[in-house]
Design a protein around this ligand. Structure first.
Ligand code: AMP
Length: 541
């Protein structure tokens, strides 16, 4: 017997319509690409998104068409999210940190018909205009006064397009399983692959992300997503924040410590989210300027492992709570969030759990398996590949017939190696391809990195496996020293020796000026392996 419930579709346009109705006066603030602070409300955003929706239809954009964006976190990018998905087309976010030829590959694969680009990113498109035959035009996201001189043949002005339309527009209704947005994985190996989200998956993910024990979004929060809107839709914040009518603060292109700090203070931000690299910059700024942000209750840290020293710095030095979260492009991205349980009251135990990636958000199911696919126990010790399934997790890749990570049994193989403990907490011990295989056993590069980063002379650390004649691979520690410091291999070995097993201790240490970062701010292990992979270890001749 079926329930007697209306079958109303879950559609992204309803988020903005609802915000207009019930929180219409709540603000959306942007440090614009052109420079000045721009301020308006959800009501204004809804009106302009309807105007833009009409403009898209005038450009003959139809259900299922892919519309790319090459843009920072701004109110205009927010409008494009809603207008494009709202008419049943697909918002395809491009990462400006990719090499233009890689961007062109992605545009061609997606067969995008238009690109909406920020004014300072137009040169990236100019470099490859002739290589993107599906592109009918490029909409520069600025006003007439700021339009650049460009070699792009069909460059349109965003404000002209919007300004030419009335807001007399009703959002169309269609099946909630219609595709809404497309995001390519950063793909450290092989070509990037497209994760294609639906209206339904986006709305369910938004409900989940707003929960108090997840991102804790509500109308009286002021939320600044530093995580880019081109990186898994800024972790879904533009949808979740709109669902609850939170004040939104968009940082535009300036992500340095001082610029972020100023926005946090000026706008009374209560919650922010981003990758550890960004928080290093902010913490350094706070220390140098001897300041902090009293309104800032919570920082969400994810995208790569949050070091213990970072949790302590935020919480103990500066009074801001840390929520460590884990997810993936293929997971929309939310998977787990690490909060202590009410029964936990010992500071050590709480910190230990915060370093873990956390417990699954309702909707996400997890298991760990060994190389033969056998399920491993949830004892916090056994580690194996993490599999997930749930209503916002991809079932395949865009325009790919087969995928060896989407199993026939309905589980997605994440490529992360992790433990699960009896309290339900997941801890990543490595990426399957980064784990160091020494003498038939596995060494977690992440655990070594986190331990090394606790040393006061270490600003950043990365560990890779280098070939060893006897042990197959041994760990090599690569360190960016703290300003003015030169930690020796011996110092670091002594420091690490009570933190990891003896056979895990790195065989050598290299000091370097900086670590190579990929397009989403993660350390590029592939590049480190290319650069240091043939380093001769002291006892390996
Ligand atoms: P992406 O799809 O670019 O967001 O990358 C997803 C991958 O980033 C995951 O599979 C993890 O390897 C890594 N990752 C994300 N969050 C965390 C975290 N909190 N700790 C460790 N690794 C993380």
């Amino acid at each position: 017997m079926q329930g007697l419930i209306m079958d109303r579709p879950l559609l992204i346009s309803d988020l903005l319509r609802h915000a207009d109705n019930v929180s219409g006066e709540r603000e959306i603030v942007t440090r614009s690409v052109e420079g000045p602070i721009h301020r308006y409300t959800y009501r204004d955003a809804h009106r302009r998104s309807r105007q833009l929706a009409r403009a898209l239809q005038a450009l003959d954009v139809k259900l299922g068409d892919r519309i790319a964006t090459l843009a920072w976190n701004t109110y205009r990018h927010f409008e494009v999210y809603y207008a494009v998905s709202g008419i049943g087309a697909i918002t395809h976010t491009l990462n400006p940190r990719l090499h233009p030829t890689q961007m062109a590959y992605i545009v061609n694969h997606a067969e995008d018909s238009y690109i909406f680009a920020d004014v300072n990113l137009v040169p990236l498109i100019e470099a490859v205009t002739d290589d993107m035959p599906s592109i009918k035009g490029v909409v520069v996201m600025t006003d007439r006064a700021n339009m650049p001189d460009t070699t792009i043949p069909n460059a349109l002005c965003y404000e002209d397009l919007v300004g030419a339309q009335s807001d007399d527009f009703e959002w169309p209704e269609f099946d909630e399983n219609t595709a809404s947005s497309l995001c390519y994985t950063s793909g450290t190996t092989g070509n990037p692959k497209g994760a294609l989200y639906s209206h339904r998956s986006t709305i369910i993910h938004a409900y989940a992300s707003a929960l108090p024990d997840v991102l804790h979004m509500g109308e009286n929060e002021v939320i600044l997503p530093v995580v880019p809107m081109f990186h898994v839709n800024a972790w879904g914040i533009p949808y979740g924040a709109t669902m609850v009518g939170a004040k939104l603060v968009f940082p535009g292109p300036k992500l340095d410590g001082a610029s972020i700090h100023k926005l946090l203070v000026d706008e009374g931000v209560t919650m922010t989210a981003g990758v550890p690299t960004i928080w290093h910059l902010l913490l350094n700024h706070w220390r140098e300027a001897k300041t902090n942000v009293p309104s800032l209750k919570r920082v969400i840290i994810g995208g790569s492992a949050c070091p213990e020293s970072m949790v302590q710095a935020f919480q103990d030095e500066f009074g801001t709570d840390v929520r460590h979260a884990w997810g993936m492009t293929e997971m929309s991205p939310l998977g787990t969030v690490s909060l202590p349980k009410p029964s936990m009251d010992k500071p050590d135990e709480i910190l230990r759990k915060q370093i873990k990636q956390g417990r699954p958000v309702f909707g996400v199911q997890m298991r760990i398996v060994d190389d033969d696919g056998n399920e491993l126990p949830h004892d916090g010790e056994s580690f194996g590949e993490l599999h997930v399934r749930g209503p916002w997790i991809t079932s395949g890749y865009f325009k790919m017939e087969t995928s060896d990570v989407h199993g026939d049994d309905g589980w997605f193989a994440t490529g992360d190696v992790s433990t699960l403990d009896a309290d339900g907490y997941m801890e990543i011990t490595d990426r399957a391809k980064d784990v160091i295989k020494s003498g038939g056993e596995w060494i977690s590069s992440i655990e070594l990195e986190n331990a090394a980063m606790g040393h006061p002379d270490v600003a950043q650390a990365a560990v890779i496996g280098v070939p060893h004649p006897k042990w197959d691979e041994r760990p090599l520690l690569i360190v960016v020293p703290a300003a003015g410091r030169t930690p020796s291999h011996e110092d670091l070995t002594v420091y690490l020796s009570d933190k990891v097993a003896k056979w895990w201790l790195p065989d050598d240490t290299i000091l370097t000026d900086e670590l190579p970062l990929g397009a989403t701010g993660k350390v590029l292990k592939t590049e480190l392996r290319e650069k240091f992979g043939d380093h001769t270890l002291p006892d390996a001749g």
